[in-house]
Ligand binder design. Structure first.
Ligand code: NAD
Length: 403
């Protein structure tokens, strides 16, 4: 009874949120695309008048030499670059605060994020903290920023999170063992460069996990009750691009055409989910990240077929449409069979990419707390096709225990 009342309440708030997505000025970043896009973005930053820029990245990307051309380009254009390479996967509040100190101490006027979702998210929160009086935890949730963040530009180096276009930044809090999102449409970067040539060196395991992350964004947006015609169009395009190009980049990481298409797919999936939202895959994955440090994309990939199986009774026609887009299932098959074929195809992709079907770090004793945290995350903000109550969510997690 309580569960039914709660679900009705969630649906009502979601209706208001959906109306909000048509009214709120959710910016889309100006994008530069293709090889050399990052250099064009540097020119645009210099033209903006910023004279000192904080470049937020991770040490691996500096070591790989990916950041240097951007540093040199900006310096050549008269922009001083202060590099902060202290971001680690799943950035923490402490890493963000170090970046804020550097931004303020060096008199920076803008931020350039170069990296995967971790670097872009850290840069978003540094930009927000630089202009707002409150701490990072205080900003958790929706529309908690009092003032606009510092000017922010993004160069994604993974094709996965879509953070370069989303309203969200995900932060890890080691004290509470949780990940939380800060969401505000002013966190969308002003400009982004989608440059597949920066992604040719991504190792296969990260390529697979991030690619499946982008697929998860598109699929969760497509089955969300808060989808719109526009988010459907972006999600369809993302799914088609990922189905065509993720196997190609897995076969040959140097395939520049496929890398470029994956960069566009990740961006389109980000566009879709920033309005339609995500669902239980993310609610559970964030907890696997916080508890066991399982990379976000990998956790999403493992969870996706299980969540779709659970959601299927409430979204069979949507899953059938995704099967048609992916080109799987028998010609003339009914919608139920097509939905099954789509879920089976995701399991096949996972197996081909070396993604396991269970979470070996998951402990039976952790299930109640992970289930509770996931249910509290998948609240009114996640317009999932089908909610889970306590026993369902705990039973759901038990399927993921390693044999
Ligand atoms: P990541 O940024 O954590 O990077 C993973 C690893 O890949 C790092 O070791 C990094 O050095 C390496 N890497 C990145 N680019 C590379 C390249 N071009 N070549 C070689 N190595 C490279 O991974 P991610 O999956 O992009 O981001 C995950 C984070 O993003 C998580 O914290 C997740 O919660 C968050 N996220 C945010 C959003 C959002 O909308 N803001 C959406 C989804 C996920």
């Amino acid at each position: 009874m309580l569960f039914t009342i709660q679900t009705l309440f969630f649906r009502f708030v979601q209706f208001l949120l959906k109306v909000g997505t048509f009214i709120l000025p959710i910016r889309v970043p100006e994008t530069f695309r293709g090889a050399g896009a990052a250099m064009q973005l540097c020119e645009a930053i210099a033209a903006s008048g910023a004279r000192t820029v904080l470049l937020v990245t991770d040490a691996m990307l500096v070591e790989l030499g990916l950041v240097k051309p951007m540093q040199e380009k900006l310096e050549a254009l008269g922009v001083r670059v202060v590099t902060y390479d202290g971001v680690k996967p799943d950035p923490t509040i402490a890493q963000i605060e170090t970046g804020v100190d550097l931004y303020k101490g060096e008199g920076c006027e803008a931020i350039l994020a170069v990296g995967g979702g971790s670097s872009i998210d850290a840069a978003k929160v540094i930009a927000a903290r630089a202009r707002n009086p409150h701490g990072v935890r205080w900003m958790a949730g929706l529309f908690r920023l009092l003032r606009s963040p510092a000017p922010l530009y993004a160069v994604p180096t993974t094709a996965g999170t879509g953070s370069e276009v989303t309203i969200a930044a995900v932060v890890s809090d080691p004290e509470t063992v949780r990940k939380f999102a800060i969401m505000d449409f002013r966190l969308v970067p002003l400009m982004a460069a989608l440059d597949g040539s920066l992604m040719t060196g991504v190792p296969p395991a990260i390529t697979a996990a991030t690619g499946m992350d982008a697929l998860t964004h598109a699929v969760e947006a497509f089955i969300s009750r808060n989808r719109t015609q526009a988010t459907d169009a972006d999600a369809r395009e993302a799914v088609a691009l990922i189905m065509a190009h993720l196997p190609r980049v897995m076969a040959d990481g140097q395939d520049l055409e496929a890398r470029s298409q994956m960069a566009v797919a990740s961006y389109k999936a980000g566009l879709a989910f920033t309005k339609a939202g995500v669902g239980y895959v993310h609610a559970f994955a964030h907890n696997f990240g916080a508890h066991y440090h399982i990379p976000h994309g990998l956790a999403n990939a493992i969870l996706l077929p299980y969540v779709l199986e659970y959601s299927k009774p409430a979204c069979t026609p949507r899953l059938a449409e995704l099967a048609r887009i992916a080109g799987v299932g028998e010609a003339g098959a009914g919608e139920g069979a097509l939905a099954d074929a789509f879920i089976a195809h995701i399991r096949d992709l996972n197996a081909r990419f070396g993604i396991p079907a269970a979470v070996d770090k998951l402990q039976t004793g952790d299930i109640p707390v992970i289930a509770a945290n996931a249910r509290s995350e998948a609240n009114w903000f996640y317009a999932v096709p089908r909610y889970m109550d306590r026993s369902t969510s705990e039973g759901f997690l038990r399927q993921l225990l390693a044999a």
